[in-house]
Design a protein around this ligand. Sequence first.
Ligand code: ADP
Length: 772
Amino acid sequence: MTAPDPIDLLLVSAESTNLPPLNVNIVQVCTCESALQKLLVTDFAIIILDVLSVELNALVFAQWVRTKARMPSTPIIFLDHLNNADFPIELIYELGTVEYLTMPVPPVVLRAKIAVFIELYRKTIEGEKKVRASEDRFRTLFNSIDEAFCTIEMLFNEQGTPVDYLFLEANSVFEKQTGLHAPVGKTARELVPNLEPHWFEMYGNVALTGDPLRFVEEAPSMGRWFDVYAFRIGGEGSLIVALLFKDISAKKLAELERESLLKQVQAAHTQMTDIFQKAPAFMCTLHGPQHIFKNVNEHYFQLIGMRDVIGKTVGEGLPEVIDQGYVQILDEVYRSGKSFIGKDAHVKLQRQVDGPLEERVLDFVYLPLKDADETVYGVLVHGIDITERKRAEDGLRRLASELSQSNQHKTEFLAILAHELRNPLAPVRNGLEVMRLMGDDAAAIGSVREMMQRQVDQMVNLIDDLLDIARISSGKLELKKECVTLSKVVRTAIDSCMPVIHSSKHVLTVDIPEIPILLDADPTRLTQVLGNLLTNAAKYTPSGGHICLSAGIVENDIVIVVTDTGIGIPAESLASIFNMFTQVGNNNSDTTGGLGIGLSLVHRLVELHGGTVAVQSEGPGKGSAFIIRLPLTIHSNSGLINPDADAASTTAVQNHNLRILVADDNIDAAESLVNLFQLLGHQTHAVYDGIEAYQAAQSFRPDIAFLDIGMPGMNGHEVAVAIKNNLDVAHIVLVALTGWGTTLDRTESKTAGFDHHMTKPMDIDIVKKLLS
Ligand code: ADP
């Protein structure tokens, strides 16, 4: 507890005035002037003025004190020794806190009076001290808080709408927080002319309701954000509002920046996730040293199959890869922080539950995932499944090799073809020479002609086969299917092969059911098929062998088997024997060898009939068997079908002595045909282009005209149209002679006016039939 401050008492008296003992410090001066000087610098609790001993008028002194002293309200006690009626008591009392005493005053009274003033002074001093201390504290607080504080008085317009406010006081931080200088005494609009109206509304509301308000708001007009606490000062009706606030622009901007950065980061993350998920490559991230699946994209699931791997280690998620070396590589990447690139890597995966292990081929990379401080925390697996591409590449490689093989076959084929075509030509040429030399030796010419006939037949067969293959390949070969008996087809085929079978002294056994078996087939083509197989059997069986043709019905198929006891076929050649240009090893080392197209033709013709052909052989020297299966149409034992019924149709040719016109730009072809017709007893005329043909039709007036289609001048079709349009000659029977015999070709010639359509080379029997 501190000692009370000493209290001073000013005694103005020239005499030594006896004052009663008081616990005060008595300062005595003799003159008013000295008293006044003291009063300018010191606070006194009371002034006691001895009126007689001072020269100055008491009233003047009192007025002076009230106006100039440090403490103008200091009480003054006037001591008068005379009961002076002139003393201006009333005026003095008007100056306040004075006492006028006429001496002698009993000391006890004087003491009591002085004590009252002293006590009053002490209380005043203490009260003032308290107030000052409190004010000081408030000021200190007011000025030391780092938040701005101000009080404002709300200003309303006539309609009661808050329109502005006046700053009453503001602390030192105010300017720093607002940027507004010396606000006190100014209105908000003066300081910030375009201040947003909502500030007035909010503060007006606080003033009117007394409800304090806490908010964060932007003042765009000031370019700042504020965090404000507003409350009313005073009770209802008070328009004073205190504002405690802080400029939080920096914080707010940082916040906004953070939000925008966060959004950018989120957008980037979304984008990355999107890229990760939709990337055309497979990707996954494995975290930690255990390689735990964290993120897996669609392509990765396509690779491994839809399984639940997230949160599992590679070993748990893909148990089948544990022993395939990949986990060790992942360990190494995680340990070393170095990436690993895998090329053409084979991995076996169980892509379906309980499914088999499937081998996939992958190009991939293991990339270590690192923290900011370069610590590896996982591995990114990224790659593409190249299995299909590899397969396609392998397929292409295989195809290329097959193509090159086939190209080689073709080259060989062309060489053989040249050889095969030249072979029969040499004897033909020789034959011509012999005939020229022989002159009229009919017997010798007869044998040469037979030899030439054989050679020409061989060539025709060869070219026929080639044409057939070409037609089948281009889809132009059409079967002329009819209802035909198996026995007839077999018999025709055997007839055509008998010369070669006989010449090799083979024994042929035929074993077919007695009941007629009906086929819906092209008899010519089927005969060709069986003929080929029988000829091969004869060709590839050493002399004196045994050939067997058997047929039967198995389930719903007709099965025809041609076996031989010949040289057989090695196992490795069985699969390719029906391919074009295939010839087995040295099988054709002797003169029997052909072009390697016969079996291909057999295969394709049987296929065209909806059937299959297969080969069997125990190996070289063990003979061969060719098995044909054809769909069964009907079979009958009713006797209704006479397989030989049409044999009678090959009636003898009756000579009518016709006039025949032959038109062909191939002179040899035209001449040979003309010779043939002459030998048959007809009158003939040959021409070599279309225009001549039309002229000859009018001048020679034939009964029948054989017209080639591809001729200079006018083609066969044009000649036919012209003839049929000319009434004089329209009756002539027109026969088209062409290399092509598809339905389209036949339709075209029919449309042009042809009565018959024959393909080259012409079958002489058919021609004879036609002429008859
Ligand atoms: P080509 O007989 O004209 O060479 P093919 O296509 O008919 O052509 O036959 C292809 C090859 O199949 C023959 O070259 C021959 O090596 C082999 N071959 C065909 N038939 C038989 C058979 N019955 N016995 C042994 N080898 C055969």
